[in-house]
Design a protein around this ligand. Sequence first.
Ligand code: ATP
Ligand code: MG
Length: 424
Amino acid sequence: MAKTIQAIRGMNDILPTQSPIWQKVENVLRESVSAYGYSEIRTPIVESTDLFKRSIGEVTDIVEKEMYTFEDRNGDSLTLRPEGTASTVRAGNQHGLLYNQEQRLWYMGPMFRHERPQKGRYRQFHQFGVEVYGIASADSDAEVLMLSARLWQKLGISEHVRLEINTLGDSDERAQYRDALIAFLEDHKDALDEESQRRMYTNPLRVLDTKNASIQALLVDAPALKDYLGEASRQHFSHFCELLDAVGIQYTINPRLVRGLDYYNRTVFEWITDSLGAQGTVLAGGRYDGLVGQLGGKDTPAVGFAMGIERIVLLLETLALTKDIPAAVDVYVAGMGDNCRIAAVKIAEQLRTSLPHCKVMTHCGGGNVKKQMKRADNSGASIALIIGENELDNNQVVVKHLRDDKGQAVIAQDLLAAYIAELI
Ligand code: ATP
Ligand code: MG
């Protein structure tokens, strides 16, 4: 027998048993963005490698070691997108969406990073994200957080996620802080691990983000960015906090939260769960006022976030919040014998026309009552419709309840749609 071919490591199939959970999450996302008047943008999965190098930053996990980069047949260097913001800005600039305009956008789709696959961390994964352009004030930062808080509420996981926020200040403030931080790190160079030593000069703020506990302990005494903030940055942050307070979104300020991508300034934030182990960040983002200009557009303020859909699905599964997800089939229609099978097909088609939201599956392939009822049961349907010779002669249908003890009833075909509408 031929050897079966497996999927690429870290790239998952979403099977029919799992897709209802995905659809539930996706529906909540769509409802929520529409409640805030955001518009969808869809960009290609492949972009030129330069786009990500110039936006995400050369000295970042993503660009240093995670990108799927390849040469196409023309010898151009292309990369499977590792995130959505760079592509959104590229598209915005290319189509003149950002020039002197406000945009509130969202996207959803697969992203690719060559990481070590583990629970909550994959090589193809899916992000949902929002990006707001053209608004410099902190009310837009707060708006994207309100939108995210509403997602948790609608998904029933508000109690299981917490918000951490921080401000990175503006680039000149960060430059001053950077010098102070490098001086501190130089004093403690011997205590740093290899990665932190390497990043110390190229991207010292990332050292703050280390997962190494002994370095974390050392960093308690490091200079704090908040002491380097100017008046405008401080006011931006306090207005942001004030708005979160006003709508009752709770948060903690984590001065070591710096985010892994270079383009952020001022506000940064992460929603974290403690229910998924190490892969606890479910949504992350911040302000990136410099990126549009950096990618060739006119300077445009911007704020956004990206959410990892796999981690949300895992969280719903872990918390056993997937029970209320409806079955794929409501009604299974069975016909006994050749004549009745034709009638069954017609009745099913009429039902789909009369009740567009009813999920109707017709039995295919014949077989006796026992076989057809077994299929009905396996389908997950709550109701089976059975058409035998008797029903055919009298223009009737047997309606059988499969999931409770209500038994069965014989209903006239012309009353069937109304009868089923009451049941589902
Ligand atoms: P992490 O610290 O977990 O590596 P990150 O800082 O690289 O996250 P972002 O680039 O900010 O993550 O992406 C936003 C969100 O996308 C993350 O919070 C996470 O939920 C999700 N995400 C990122 N990388 C992966 C991955 N490899 N597999 C699954 N989800 C991911
Ligand atoms: Mg990462």
